[in-house]
Design a protein around this ligand. Structure first.
Ligand code: ADE
Length: 300
């Protein structure tokens, strides 16, 4: 069964992208050689029968295996932060392999030119296809997944992050200026699975910040990256709702008390309080995440 989120983002697919049509927008825009998830899992060493309930459909359980991430950018320095924190540790432990490639290394002219004026006129510059073609040829295979961050892409969601975390080779192509010549996306799609993905309805100066956000969201779902895997299960969006509020010691701080139920030791009551809080917060802040009928009776 496909989930609502899959279908919703599918409706934003470009007209004429006939290869969508699986009823699930978490399919890439074009999937010419996309693998079944079970094959992915098998390649990483998981039993192919292992599945987990993602909240919308059965999918293979994550397993320990190296996930390779290639990033193509004209600003490799942006990705220095991948050396620190949880993802840095995962790299040290060999769970994640991250390679940052400078697009200008795939140019051949003296000025290492990556952009030119747009055909048809208009403001700004467009990234030339030749360096992108060479960069992709150096790293892509039919088992890769190529992600182009773009304000014109499908929305990035937790379920798309989960889907990417099941892949063992992700390539992020970070455009700048007015974007990348569209033939690069089409070319990549003739070789493997391609997604154009937007972080939200606003415009960034390039794909780097969006790629970083996606890499962090995906990386922490890779098996072995999080110290406590339960953290990823209980947080916002994991069950389609926003997270419940959290508290720690002291029990009273500046006249504010921790809700009594959390001190009660009554696990059933705590679980019930948390789900109530999740529903109330989601209804208040993100009613769009709830089915329409659950908003109909809401008290504002
Ligand atoms: N590049 C520019 N704006 C973007 C956005 N909103 N999401 C992803 N990539 C982008």
């Amino acid at each position: 069964m496909s989930c609502g989120e899959h279908r919703a983002s599918g409706s934003s697919a470009p007209a004429g992208s006939s290869k969508l049509g699986t009823g699930c927008a978490h399919s890439p825009l074009w999937r010419t050689t996309g693998r079944a998830s079970a094959t992915l899992a098998a390649q990483r060493g998981a039993p192919s029968s292992a599945t987990v309930d993602s909240g919308c459909e059965q999918r293979p359980a994550p397993y320990a295996g190296v996930v390779r991430i290639d990033i193509v950018t004209i600003f490799p320095e942006f990705f220095g932060v991948l050396d620190i924190s949880l993802l840095g540790k995962a790299r040290e432990r060999g769970i994640l392999e991250v390679n940052v490639r400078d697009l200008r290394d795939f140019t051949h002219d003296k000025h290492r030119t990556v952009d030119d004026t747009p055909y048809g006129g208009g403001a700004g510059m467009v990234m030339r296809p030749e360096p992108w073609g060479e960069a992709l040829d150096a790293m892509v295979s039919p088992t890769s997944t190529v992600i182009f961050p773009s304000a014109a892409g499908m929305p990035f969601t937790q379920s798309l992050a989960r889907e990417f975390a099941e892949h063992d080779h992700l390539i992020f192509g970070c455009g700048r200026y007015e974007g990348i010549d569209q033939r690069v996306v089409e070319y990549a799609a003739s070789v493997t699975s391609v997604y154009e993905v937007s972080l939200g309805d606003y415009v960034l100066n390039g794909g780097e910040v969006a790629a970083m956000a996606m890499i962090e969201a995906v990386g922490r779902l890779v098996d072995g990256v999080m110290g406590n895997p339960l953290s990823a299960v209980e947080e916002s969006h994991s069950n389609g709702l926003l997270e419940y509020p959290s508290y720690t010691k002291p029990a009273e701080w500046r006249g504010r008390e921790v809700p009594a139920v959390l001190l009660s030791g009554n696990h059933a009551a705590i679980a019930e309080w948390r789900i109530t809080q999740q529903l109330a917060r989601t209804r208040r802040v993100r009613p769009d995440l709830l089915p329409p009928e659950s908003n109909a009776n809401s008290v504002s």
